[in-house]
Structure formats: C-alpha cells, structure tokens
Design a protein around this ligand. Structure first.
Ligand SMILES: Nc1nc2c(ncn2[C@@H]2O[C@H](COP(=O)(O)OP(=O)(O)OP(=O)(O)O)[C@@H](O)[C@H]2O)c(=O)[nH]1
Length: 656
C-alpha cells in the first residue's frame, strides 16, 4: 500500500510549534551557518558556549579524521575538518538528542531510540568512509536524524502513538507505516523527510530517509549516487537494528545487511571489520551520552555462529564463501607469480600495437581500449594493476578517465601512467593532481617505457604485499576477537549450571539500577536459596548435590520470563533480576519459579529427592538510597521464607 503524504497537514503541525525542533545554542549555530558571511571565529565562539556540543563536535571530527592524521583537539580545527553544512546538521541532531531524551509517550523508548539512531549514524559514516557513497560527516547526521519522524509522532500524539506501537508489536504482520497513516494521515518516514527539508537538509539526503524502509520502491539505478546513498542508509539502519535485536533474529538481519552492503560495493569481510569498528565507536558514544548500549554482537562471532549452525537458510551463502576465502592461501594472481594486468587506452592503433609489444616483452597481460569511455568500462571489468592512458582522446579524454577511475574502489589502487607529448610544467602538475603516478613522453621510446613500467611494477608488488599483510592482520584481529569473547564468556559463566556467575550478576544489576534511575521505571529482584541443601550433600554425597543444583537450574530456566536474568551467586544461591517489574508481577513470577522446583524429583541412587526453594523478593522504592538497600531487602525476604518453614516466597514490602 502506498500512502499519500498530506503536506498541508504538515504545515499545520509546524505552525502549532509542537514538532521537535532545535533550541538554544544549537538554534544560534544553525542560524549563523545559514549566513553567507559568517566567520569561523564567530561560529567557534558561539559553539564554545555549549561545552556538551563542543565535546560531541570534536568527537565527531575525530571519528572522521581517525587514522589519517593527529587528533582534532579544538573547536576551530573541528570546524575546518567538518565544514559548515556538517556542523549545522550535527548541531541539529545533537540539540534534538539533548532536548528529547524523555517524553510523554509511554510506548516509545526514548533512550533506545537515540541509542539506535547513534548506531545508524556511526554505521553510515563508517560505511561511507569505505564505499564513498557520500561525505561521511554528512551521512553521520543523516543516520542520526533518519528516524526523527518517529520521535515527532511520539511528541505530537503521545497517547495514540503508544497504542499504535503496541498494536504493531502485537501484530507484526500489520505495517507500522500503514497504522500511522490510518491514524495521522502521515508516516514517520514522510514526516522525517518533511522536517529535514524544513531544516534545509539537501534533497539528495532526504530521498533516502523517505525510502530506507521500502528501498524496493526507489527507481534509482545501481551504482548511481542516489542508489549508493539509499542503500548505505538501509545498511546503516540494519546494523543499528542488529545491535538491539535478540540473538534469534540476528542471522536473518546479518544476511540482509550483507546483501544490502553488497549493493554498495562492500564485501562480507568489510561488513565484519566495519561492524566491529562501528560497535566499538558506538560503545564510546553511548557511554558518553549515558544511553543504553544494548547487547551488540561481535561480528566475527556472528559469522562463526552461522558456520557452526551448518550455514542454515537464513545465513547468506556470500558470508560462508567469503569466510572460506579468508583462510585460503592468497590467490596466485596476488602472490605475484601471474602476469600483471595492464590496460592500454590509446586512440592511435599504431601506438597501441607498439605498446602491446613492449608490454608483452615484460610478460604483462595486455587489454586495449580506443577511447576514454570504453577504457573506463574495461577498467572496471578487468581491474588492471597498471593503466597506460593517452591524454588527448575522443569521447572522454585521459584526464576525465583518470578522475572517474580514481573515484572508484577499483581505480584507487591502480598505478597510472600517462602518455603525453605536452611536457609543460602546468599541464604535468594538473595531471599529477588528478591522480597520475608517472608519465611517458611521446613519441614513445620503448626502452624508456620499459624502465618506467619496471618502476610501476615495483609499486604494484609493494601494494599487493601490503594488502596481503592487511588481510593477515584483519584475519588475526577477527580470530583474536573470537577468543577474547570466549574468554570473557568463560570468566562470567558458572560451569555447573551454565548461568552467569556472581561477577556478572553484580555488574548487571548495577546496570539495571542505573537504567531504572534514568528511566524512572521499576526494578525488582529475587534471592533464591535451595532448602536444606547441606543435608542433601551430607546424606547423599556431593555428586547428588550437584545433580540437584543442575536440575533446579533447569527448572528455574524454563519457568523464567524472557526479560528476566538469572545468575548463580553462591553455592545454592541464585539472583533473579527483573527489569521494569513491579512487586506484584515479581511475586507471581517468583511463585512460578518456586512451583517449578517443587515439582522436581531428582534421582539419587535408589531414592528420589524432593527439592524446594525459599525466595525473597524486593522492588526498588524511594526509601532505597542504593542498590545494596534493594539486595538487602530481598535477602531479608529469603530469610523470612526460611523462618516461616521454607518452600515459600516472601517480601518485606507491601504490594501497591
Ligand atoms: N554439591 C554441591 N554443594 C555445594 C556447592 N557449593 C556449595 N555447596 C554446599 O551447599 C551448602 C549450602 O548450605 P546452606 O545454604 O548454608 O544451608 P542449607 O542446608 O541449604 O540450609 P537452608 O539454606 O537454611 O535451607 C553447603 O553445604 C556447601 O558446602 C556445589 O557446587 N555443589
């Protein structure tokens, strides 16, 4: 279903003043950057009056210059690196981020929204650095603001939008966009596009926002700028979704991500290395902004899991093939034994024949084209190591060809030799600036050509070695990430029950405490202790005790709600963390756990052991100064349950 966007309705909303909009210093920055004559010094002065924005601006600038130069440390430098349009959209994005961290729409998770928007921002920025779909800094803002329409709907219609979000979650077959259109005569993507247009974001960046959820509706031709921008944004949003998705949904999302990345010149390997890089940048950002970091995947692990699971249907064939390739020896071609591919682009057939002769003597594999345009097509097809191009040619001349080629990934690494009879300094400087590596004067002297070719071959070989080293490092880093992850998991897991251990439990409940402080939502926990466990050990032996522990853990696991976390915190003691849960719900959940263990019969030799647990439940309340107070209250509940005869559940607080 295609929904029509009613622009007059948008105008009314805008006039109401209720749409999310930038404020304070950000508004001043946006106004200043709209003036043609604004001086950098004046702009820097306004920016410096907002220390939070200064920090974010410098961080963003460093994300872009990373590895290419020393870090940016001042506002002035950040302005130089980013440029005015990027600073403007960043001011916009970060102003909204600061001012719309909370709102009245209960079904809308504001923190999760910004966390996902930041992941998308960093993903499209990093992807753009690799595939050159657009200016990385512009794409950062594009990612950050791409879903701003949802925020706007939540701000404008808090109650209705909460209902719509609930309906979309309950009935996944109903498209959110259709529900939005039915209720508000507009969708979040339409609204985002209208808002971005209003804020002066260029049209070329608005189209992707309109279409990223339905890219199949775009008429853009593969390889064009529109196509690259749209699919880079689709890939960025998919990566953000992956960072927040439950484990079970990840393989299908990864498959879609790799398929989309393939459309914008990125291999599965690149997605993996970019993915892990994006996640580490994102962790930095969300920590700095105190946003939830979810549980982002390690991309190398995802690939490995896909392979371990027998490359199921959801797992893209491309990934497994690529992963296989990654451990294969370097192909013969790149090992330096096979011929170097040279593309000759020259309109004069006599010179072409002469060049071919010299090149074949140097054991090169020669390809020929008679003009710039067919030369470009052939270059993209044969991916030459060396391009030997004439300057003056019909259709597309040598300079245009070189410029176009240098803008592609394939053409970036080629060694380019220009044939020219014009050896004026200015012309040669122009040629070098366009991307030429060396030149050969006309008429061509075969010995000079052969000597220059040898110099070119040396560069090609060095580049190939460098690429092999890089590949080796990438593979090593991926392996290291996998073993680190395994070690980390082992350090945090209890081997007997498979539950997270005490270390993890403490860390996790601290995180949940902070999240509940931020969101104002409830937090409950339970302390569970197996009854008379010492007697089981003493009577039937330690092995029987272990079997009871394992059986109790299985029963607890199967009776637990999806959102709760259970950890083994001591010998026969467990902690259950129940985020966003009031006391009544926690008590009924605890009762289900107690019942599940009570129903157990564990065999110990000829006898069947009866097992039970005592459970203490507590909910965070205003009297609790810190997490210890919450744990203490749950502990007291468990103690009371023991006192009152065991196999019981108790709380020291009243239900509301
Ligand atoms: N089999 C086994 N026993 C363990 C393990 N870890 C701790 N224990 C034993 O668990 C027992 C814990 O007993 P307590 O919780 O102190 O007391 P209890 O017998 O359960 O009595 P109540 O808690 O009052 O019902 C001790 O005897 C420990 O030695 C383990 O990994 N395996």
């Amino acid at each position: 279903m295609t929904n029509k966007f009613d622009s007059s309705r948008y105008e009314k909303l805008k006039a109401s003043g209720d749409l999310p909009s930038p404020r304070g210093v950000a508004l001043a920055i946006i106004r200043l950057t709209q003036q043609e004559e604004v001086s950098m010094a004046e702009l820097a002065r306004v920016i410096r009056s907002d220390p939070a924005f200064v920090g974010r601006l410098i961080k963003a600038a460093n994300g872009i210059v990373a590895m290419t130069r020393r870090p940016v440390v001042s506002v002035q430098e950040a302005l130089m690196v980013l440029g005015l349009p990027a600073v403007r959209t960043m001011a916009l994005g970060f102003s909204l981020l600061s001012n719309y961290r909370r709102g009245a729409c209960h079904g809308f998770d504001y923190d999760a929204f910004w966390s996902a928007s930041l992941a998308a921002a960093l993903a499209v920025q990093v992807f753009a650095q690799r595939n050159r779909a657009g200016a990385p800094d512009e794409l950062f803002s594009l990612g950050l603001l791409s879903d701003v329409g949802s925020l706007a709907l939540a701000t404008l219609y808090p109650a209705e939008y909460a209902q719509i979000l609930a309906e979309a979650r309950r009935y996944p077959e109903r498209r959110l966009a259709d529900l939005e259109h039915r209720a508000f005569a507009m969708t979040h993507t339409d609204l985002a596009a209208a808002m971005l247009a209003d804020w002066g974001v260029p049209k070329v960046l608005i189209e992707p926002v309109k279409l990223y959820e339905t890219p199949e509706r775009s008429g853009a031709t593969a390889g064009t700028r529109d196509f690259m921008l749209l699919n880079t944004l689709v890939a960025g949003r998919l990566l953000a979704e992956l960072c927040h998705a439950p484990e079970a949904d990840r393989p299908a999302l990864l498959s879609r991500l790799i398929e989309t990345a393939g459309k914008v010149d990125m291999s599965a390997d690149e997605v993996v290395s970019a993915g892990d890089h994006i996640v580490s940048l994102w962790r930095d950002w969300v920590a700095a902004l105190e946003l939830p970091a979810g549980n982002p995947p390690v991309f190398a692990d995802l690939i490995e899991a896909g392979e371990r699971d027998g490359r199921d249907a959801a797992y893209p064939a491309q990934v497994s093939d690529e992963a296989d390739e990654a451990v294969e020896p370097v192909p013969e071609d790149d090992a330096g034994d096979s011929p170097v591919r040279v593309l000759v682009v020259e309109d004069d057939p006599v010179i072409r024949a002469l060049l071919r002769e010299v090149l074949e003597e140097s054991a090169c594999e020669v390809h020929e084209a008679a003009d710039g345009r067919s030369g470009l097509e052939m270059a993209l097809e044969v991916q030459p190591h060396i391009l030997l191009s004439d300057w003056a040619m019909p259709q597309m001349d040598g300079m245009e060809l070189i410029r176009a080629l240098r803008a592609t990934r394939i053409g970036r690494n080629a060694y380019i030799l220009l044939l020219t009879d014009l050896e004026e300094d200015e012309r040669l400087i122009e040629a070098f600036e366009t991307g030429v590596d060396d030149f050969v004067g006309k008429p061509v002297k075969p010995r000079v050509l052969a000597a220059r070719l040898r110099a070119g071959l040396r560069v090609v070989r060095l580049q190939q070695e460098l690429e092999r080293d890089r590949e080796e490092i990438r593979r090593f880093a991926a392996e290291l990430a996998v073993s680190n992850r395994r070690l980390q998991e082992a350090a945090l897991t209890d081997t007997l029950t498979g539950f997270p251990n005490r270390r993890y439990a403490i860390d996790r409940i601290q995180q949940e405490w902070l999240a509940s402080t931020r969101s104002g939502r409830p937090l409950s926990c339970m302390i569970i202790d197996i009854d008379n466990f010492k007697r089981i050990n003493d009577t039937y032996g330690h092995d029987a005790g272990d079997s009871v522990l394992r059986a109790a853990a299985d029963a607890l696991r199967s009776a637990l709600r999806g959102q709760d976390v259970i950890c083994r915190t001591g010998g026969d003691e467990f902690l259950v963390i129940c985020p966003e849960t009031e006391l009544t719900a926690a008590l009924s959940c605890g009762e289900r756990l107690r019942g599940a263990v009570d129903a157990l019969k564990v065999a110990a030799g000829d006898v069947e052991l009866q097992v039970s647990i005592s459970v203490g439940v507590a909910v965070r309340d205003t009297s609790m100064a810190d997490l210890d107070a919450l744990m203490k209250r749950a502990d007291e509940g468990a103690y009371l349950a023991k006192q009152r005869g065991r196999n019981r559940i108790e709380a020291m607080q009243q239900e509301r």
